[in-house]
Each structure stands twice: as structure tokens, then as C-alpha cells.
Write a protein that binds this ligand. Structure first.
Ligand code: FNR
Length: 191
């Protein structure tokens, strides 16, 4: 069974990106993946500083996140767009996890992995612009990013009273992307 790690680049209560991630996760599970969903709020870590890393080694929560990435075949990532790019939160956890301890292969948490990326925003572009730098970042550290991606515009209008999205077209788009990720991973694993 392929293993997928799912996380959002927002720890905000009522995060739209957590909401779209949850829908994608349902799609991945329906396609047969073993999905681990994490909230980055459970992995607080300082802003990366190379001096502190040299003195104290990798932060324990960064190590836990890196271990999770390493143990999964692919990633589902939903990110907010902050000023046309990714939030510092997301960049920070990726920077920490990209570091190699002695004896480890460089970028072992990211190399050879496959990711599906999505964004959402109350704005008309749905956070589309974050997907460009996020794709570039992940590919530069060895993760293949699916050509298809999703940006959910005007996302606040899609939320129901339970804080969830039930709009059929949006659900189908997000789940379709997740299914594509799982099918890609299944093909790669069967080789
Ligand atoms: C934003 N937001 C935003 N939205 C957008 O579509 N394009 C942008 O460039 C930005 N820039 C931006 C910068 C900063 C610092 C903040 C705090 C917010 C709005 C953003 O889409 C909105 O706050 C979302 O609700 C954030 O995602 P979550 O937390 O709901 O997942």
C-alpha cells in the first residue's frame, strides 16, 4: 500500500487549506492509500538558524517531521498564499527537514517522493500564485510534483455551517487530484 503524508501550510483555526486538505485525503484513501494527516501546529519548531543547528543539532520536532516525510512515498500539501508565495511556516519546516545528519543521504526526506499541491484563498485566484514557488521549491529538493494542481477560489463562499466544503465540483476536483497522486505512486511502486 502506498503511504501518503498530508499537511497544510496553515495552523489557523478554521483554516480553509486544512478544509481542502481533508477532502483530498478522502480521495487518497478511497484510491487505496495509507494516509497520515498531520497538523504542523503539533510540530512547533524555531525559525531555522544554522548556528543553533550546529550547537544543538536538529530540533526534536523537526526531526519528527523529517522522519515522517522519510517514511512516506508521497505528499499531499495544501498551502495558503501569503503575498504571492508560501507562508514562512511551510518554508521553515521544509528547510529543517532538508538538512542531513552525518551519514544520511542529502535531502533524503524529499528525494524520489511525489507530491500533489493545492491552494485555496478567499481571493479570485484561489492562491494560484503560491503553487509556482512551491512547485519550484519541492522540485529543487528532489520531489516530483504532479503537473496537475488545484487552486480553489472564493473558498469562503464554499464553506458550509460545519466549516466543511460540500460543493460537488470542488470535492471532485480535490479528490481527483489526490487519486491521481495515489495512482502515480502505485505505478511507481509496482515497477
Ligand atoms: C494573505 N492572504 C492572501 N490571499 C491571496 O489570495 N493572495 C495573497 O497574496 C495573500 N497574502 C496574504 C498575506 C498574509 C500575511 C496573510 C495573513 C494573508 C489571505 C489568505 O488567503 C487568507 O488569510 C487565508 O484564509 C489563509 O489560509 P488559511 O489559513 O485559511 O488556510
Amino acid at each position: 500500500m502506498v503511504k501518503v503524508l498530508a499537511f497544510a501550510g496553515s495552523t489557523r483555526k478554521g483554516s480553509f487549506n486544512q478544509a481542502i486538505l481533508d477532502i483530498a485525503v478522502q480521495g487518497a484513501r478511497s484510491a487505496g492509500a495509507d494516509v497520515t494527516v498531520i497538523n504542523l501546529a503539533d510540530y512547533p519548531m524555531p525559525l531555522f538558524n544554522q548556528d543553533e543547528e550546529a550547537d544543538q543539532g536538529i530540533h526534536e520536532n523537526a526531526q519528527a517531521f523529517k522522519t515522517l516525510l522519510t517514511a512516506h512515498d508521497g505528499f499531499l500539501i495544501a498551502s495558503p498564499e501569503y503575498n504571492s508565495s508560501y507562508p514562512a511556516l511551510l518554508k521553515n519546516v521544509i528547510d529543517w527537514a532538508s538538512r542531513s545528519a552525518e551519514g544520511e543521504k542529502p535531502m533524503q526526506a524529499f528525494k524520489g517522493k511525489v507530491a500533489a499541491i493545492m491552494a485555496s484563498s478567499p481571493g479570485a485566484l484561489g492562491g494560484l500564485r503560491v503553487l509556482v514557488p512551491l512547485r519550484m521549491l519541492l522540485e529543487n529538493i528532489g520531489t516530483l510534483v504532479l503537473p496537475n494542481q488545484r487552486a480553489i477560489a472564493n473558498v469562503h463562499t464554499l464553506m458550509d455551517d460545519n466549516g466543511q466544503i460540500s460543493d460537488a465540483r470542488t470535492v471532485q476536483q480535490l479528490q481527483g487530484l489526490a487519486v491521481e497522486l495515489v495512482e502515480t505512486l502505485q505505478k511507481l511502486k509496482s515497477k
